[in-house]
Design a protein around this ligand. Structure first.
Ligand code: ATP
Ligand code: MG
Length: 426
């Protein structure tokens, strides 16, 4: 039986890698300009970290986490998102002591046991950022602006929706109002919503069933229940976004799937990926650092889904072209020539050229085919006769022009000659 990858787990093949690398480079470029530094955190953490931060009564913790008992009997989980781990590391290493506002980003795989489909995998990749140490509304706008700038540099157009989820002082009253509204609809809502309306009523508004959505049309929204401080904060975020000319829509029904959010939340949406409409999402988590045992520090962050970004780039034909082109293919004929070519190719590589050869010493025809397939710019032909004369042929693969090179015994010297000839021929 041939072995296959697990359902929802995907290999990223060499011809896909350039797009991934390009996407990562584009993200790093933007994040660095905004003052973010990279942090790498482990894939495995104690289950409790996620249960306590994301929330027990969320889809992620209730049914999507890869959790198991390790050989020491410890409950551990493969991270379903980045924020909890990054904040755990922030607290553990006392990073707040270094600067007033800590800006961190991380790029890597996340794991959720969901139903795999286009843009939805069980192992997927996120680029996530966290800014910890300020509750200023301008920070919210700055972070959203960074996400926006990144997508703009990718050439992707998406829409931005924002909302405020209030804070522990305004949410309880809103929760009561929502519960009262939902109580009257218990008989007609779906089973998930029935359950959620007791465990996590805000999540009800996020139900994917259109029947439920219709019923919730007139539901009370948190924006009408914000305390003055949260209302002011939200207005200031909007004003700052206006200042940066970032267009947004307010979606009072956006609740997000993680419990730690407070105040500003946002989603970056596309119409081009069917049900998988969110390419990125985030928000404030002002109580989370403290909740995880750290200092009382506010924070905000977001995560972008790399697979969804790549699907969008491919749809818009913006996937990076694989660039396998090599500088010099050394075609050697006969054992004596192959044995001279072997250290020569190594010397060319050591000097910074992309060089290749055929280790098996196949026919000239077959080696020229290989050179074509590798899109070699030059081929250095070492035949037995040329070798006997102390010569080699350097062929420009585009113009088909050939020139004869003197060919001594020292590979470093030969490499230098080839390189010099190639650079003058360019
Ligand atoms: P969705 O509503 O699509 O399930 P989410 O709200 O669960 O998304 P977040 O937890 O906010 O997503 O994660 C941020 C981003 O990570 C999403 O906007 C999406 O681009 C990506 N993402 C989340 N889950 C998956 C997945 N299973 N496969 C691929 N990408 C994902
Ligand atoms: Mg989800």
């Amino acid at each position: 039986m041939t072995m296959q990858a697990l359902k929802g787990f995907k290999d990223i093949l060499p011809d896909e890698s350039p797009t991934w690398q390009w996407l990562e480079a584009a993200a790093r470029s933007v994040f660095h300009r905004f003052g973010f530094g990279e942090i790498k955190v482990p894939i495995l953490e104690k289950t409790e970290l996620f249960a306590r931060s994301i929330g027990e009564a969320t889809d992620i913790v209730e049914k999507e986490m890869y959790t198991f008992t390790d050989r020491n009997g410890e409950q551990i989980t493969m991270r379903p998102e980045g924020t909890a781990s990054v904040l755990r590391a922030f607290i553990e290493h006392n990073l707040q002591a270094r600067q007033a506002l800590t800006r961190l980003y991380t790029i890597g795989p996340m794991f959720r046991h969901e139903r795999p489909q286009k843009g939805r995998l069980r192992q997927f990749h996120q680029m996530s950022v966290e800014a910890i140490g300020s509750d200023h509304p301008r920070l919210d706008a700055e972070i959203i602006a960074m996400a926006w700038q990144f997508l703009e540099e990718l050439g992707l157009s998406v829409s931005l929706q924002i909302n405020s989820l209030g804070c522990p002082s305004c949410r309880p009253a809103y929760r009561e109002a929502l519960l009262a509204f939902l109580a009257a609809r218990q008989d007609t809502m779906c089973d998930d919503c029935k359950r959620r309306s007791t465990t996590n009523p805000l999540r009800v508004l996020d139900c994917k069933s259109s029947h439920c959505q219709e019923q919730y049309q007139g539901a009370p929204v948190i924006l009408d229940h914000l305390c003055p401080a949260c209302a002011d904060h939200f207005s200031a975020v909007k004003a700052s976004l206006d200042q940066l000319a970032i267009p947004y829509g307010v979606n009072a029904f956006m609740v997000r799937g993680l419990d730690y959010y407070t105040r500003t939340t946002f989603e970056l949406l596309t119409g081009a990926l069917g049900a998988q409409s969110a390419v990125g999402a985030g928000g404030r988590y002002d109580g989370l650092v403290e909740q995880l045992g750290g200092p009382k520090l506010p924070g905000i962050g977001f995560a972008m889904g790399m697979e969804r970004l790549i699907l969008l780039l491919e749809q818009q034909n913006q996937a990076a072209i694989a660039a396998p082109a090599i500088d010099c293919f050394v075609a050697a004929l006969g054992e004596a020539a192959v044995s001279r070519a072997f250290p020569l190719v190594h010397a060319l590589r050591a000097q910074g050229l992309k060089a290749a050869m055929d280790l098996e010493g196949r026919s000239l025809k077959s080696q020229m085919k290989q050179a074509d397939r590798l899109q070699a710019r030059y081929t250095l032909i070492l035949g037995e006769e040329e070798l006997a004369r102390g010569e080699a042929l350097l062929r420009d693969m585009a113009s088909k022009k050939q020139q004869v090179l003197a060919f001594g015994n020292d590979p470093a010297m030969i490499a230098a000659t080839v390189m010099a000839t190639m650079s003058t021929a360019q």
